[in-house]
Design a protein around this ligand. Structure first.
Ligand code: SAM
Length: 293
């Protein structure tokens, strides 16, 4: 467990993932009925952009910083607003020094009767998280495997909510664990919204995950083309070795407005966050079923 999100907080991949997360929460907030957020790979909750890790790897300068500095068309600004409002609220001065992780986004967007469950396996990170949210009775922090938690705690008693699955991809079999976890949890809670983040470092592995998941969802009757969405963003050629070139999300049971919002947002983000030749984006409103032989 060497991965430290502090080196990557606020980068292009966080931008897409966190905006999608805020849009899902905003949608849940439209109804008064309480809901549950399960964050299976929580990290430490919020990040110090002036800290040692971010100074050594200032990826946020090519992510959140570019978004804040850019001239944003009105429709893009509307989509980014819930996320940017949180970033602004955490940064009172002119310089950007703090960035919200998924737990902090959930904390700030949920209401008094909503509940947040955070899983973090790293000993020190789980302690940091626990301390950070010790005074908020709506938040439960657990030092446990988020995949096992998914299968164990779903469905939530609220019957509404969102699961965000954001693993570090330190191991080659991460996608297999992710696929396994959804196969165990979706039958228990077929109506929940699930956000899966995955890297595009290994296109073969991500295609295998997406197609395998789509095939399983369709075969088991959990998915129609309207309730699976895939959104990817790459900032340089996907074939380039080295730093992460691209990343994206697969959302099961997305808010019905998410696809239209991403269709506006992705081309804008793709050109703003570009780091070299071969940048791009894609949005599949309906994952294709594997063609029959
Ligand atoms: C990409 S970071 C999470 C970032 C966070 N979701 C955010 O958006 O701010 C992944 C985290 O998962 C933790 N982790 C790794 N394997 C885990 C597992 N099986 N269960 C729970 N947490 C795990 C790592 O220690 C790391 O802090």
């Amino acid at each position: 467990m060497n991965y430290r999100h502090a080196f990557h907080a606020g980068n292009f991949a966080d931008v897409l993932k966190h905006v999608v997360f805020t849009l899902c929460l905003e949608h849940l907030n439209k109804k008064p009925k309480p809901y549950r957020v399960l964050d299976t790979h929580a990290g430490i909750g919020a990040y110090d952009l002036a800290g040692d890790e971010a100074a050594r790897s200032p990826e946020w300068k090519d992510g959140i910083a570019r978004v804040l500095e850019a001239e944003r068309p009105a429709d893009v600004d509307r989509i980014l607003k819930p996320w940017l409002d949180i970033v602004r609220a955490m940064n009172s001065g002119k310089t950007l020094t703090a960035y919200p992780g998924s737990p902090e986004i959930a904390r700030r967007m949920t209401r008094p009767d909503d509940r947040i469950q955070l899983c973090e396996l790293h000993e020190a990170d789980a302690r940091t998280l626990d301390k950070r949210y010790a005074l908020d009775s709506r938040i439960k922090v657990e030092k446990r495997d988020g995949y096992k938690a998914m299968a164990g705690v779903l469905p939530p008693k609220e019957k509404r909510g969102v699961v965000i699955v954001d693993p570090p991809f330190e191991h080659r079999d991460e996608m297999a664990h992710m696929a396994e976890a959804i196969k165990k949890s979706l039958p228990k809670w077929p109506t929940g919204t699930y956000i899966f983040w995955r890297s595009l470092k290994d296109m073969w592995a991500s295609e295998r995950f997406d197609n395998g998941l789509a095939e399983w969802l369709f075969d088991e009757g959990f998915a129609t083309p309207e309730n699976v969405l895939r959104a990817d963003l790459w900032v340089r050629d996907l074939g380039e070795e080295g730093k992460l070139p691209g990343a994206g999300i697969v959302v099961v049971n997305p808010p019905h407005t998410l696809e239209a919002d991403l269709l506006i947002l992705l081309p804008w983000l793709s050109s703003l966050l570009r780091q070299g030749e071969g940048n791009g984006w894609r949005l599949d409103g309906a994952l294709e079923e594997e063609p029959e032989d």
